[in-house]
Ligand binder design. Structure first.
Ligand code: SF4
Length: 289
């Protein structure tokens, strides 16, 4: 029974993030945003609502969605670039259990280039505001072969801001994903710090080259529900709508973490145990997963 819902509340974005799938298409999808009945999901056993996009804060009724989600009893997660959060923080105060604010570089020039707009200072202000509102924000660092060089500075910056740093290997940006063994060791070394979070199963999966279409590791359908901006369900995942789970061309080397990390909760292999261990370490570091 799936217990995580990846809810793509909008496909609109206010940056042109290098890693993002939606805006890079020649003809970005247009899906009308409509309300979604969340109560049925809860009854079906879903306990965590992961709100993503696009940029979730561009969805006008986001505060209403979050209020409804908390009323029903979901754990809520949300990832944002922080730009619109500055205006809407008070409308969503207390409604997000895990708030991720994305940073690609620990300095303005790199981050703004990566995002295509000047937003580094917005992101930093968003982190400070969320921290002061006791939202306990987490900086999410999507690591590529280029920006992983700045991991020490990113760890310093998040320590200075007194927030956790979540390390996530890039999954949808061809050419800069995958790391040399020495780099994987470097990442693991930084993950020992008290404020740095890393999923060790994800690291192992990167080392192994991701999903294989022969004997797929993907368990997207068994562990997640995907909701599109119009409230309709899609499967097995957002990226492979209507396809065979783990077996299509797009599934080759797939490391799409919103689906792969939940997949690691099924099947007693080394990814399962590393994922379990990582979740215990997160709890020890003060983050409830
Ligand atoms: S693209 Fe989707 S279905 Fe295919 S392996 Fe990745 S998460 Fe699974």
């Amino acid at each position: 029974m799936p217990n995580i819902c990846n809810y793509y509340v909008t496909l609109s974005s206010n940056d042109t993030c290098e890693f993002h799938h939606a805006w890079q298409k020649d003809k970005p999808e247009k899906i009308e945003e409509k309300p979604c009945e969340l109560g049925n999901l809860k009854k079906a056993g879903v306990h965590t609502l992961r709100i993503t996009g696009g940029e979730p804060f561009l969805r006008e009724d986001l505060p209403h969605i979050l209020k409804e989600a908390k009323r029903i009893g979901f754990q809520t997660e949300l990832s944002t670039n922080g730009i619109k959060y500055l205006d809407k923080a008070r409308l969503v105060d207390g409604l997000i259990d895990r708030l991720f604010i994305t940073l690609d570089y620990p300095f303005a020039e790199g981050h703004d280039r990566s995002r295509g707009v000047d937003c580094f200072h917005h992101a930093i202000k968003a982190v400070e505001l969320a921290r002061d509102l006791r939202q306990r924000p987490i900086i999410k660092f999507t690591m590529t072969r280029d920006n992983v060089l700045y991991l020490p500075e990113m760890a310093e910056l998040s320590a200075r801001l007194r927030v956790h740093l979540y390390l996530s290997p890039v999954y949808d940006f061809h050419g800069t994903q995958g790391f040399e063994p020495a780099t994987l060791g470097h990442i693991r070394y930084y993950a020992r710090r008290r404020h740095v979070l890393l999923n060790y199963a994800a690291m192992e999966f990167v080392k192994d080259g991701g999903n294989r279409v022969i004997l797929p590791r993907c368990q997207a359908k068994e562990t997640t529900v995907t909701i599109l901006p119009d409230g309709k369900r899609a499967g097995p995942c957002f990226f492979n709508q209507g396809g065979r789970q783990g077996k299509e061309d797009i599934c080759s080397s797939c490391m799409r973490w919103p689906y792969m990390l939940p997949s690691f909760s099924k099947g007693f292999d080394r990814y399962f145990w590393l994922n379990l261990y990582s979740n215990l370490v997160f709890k020890r570091k003060g983050i409830k997963v």
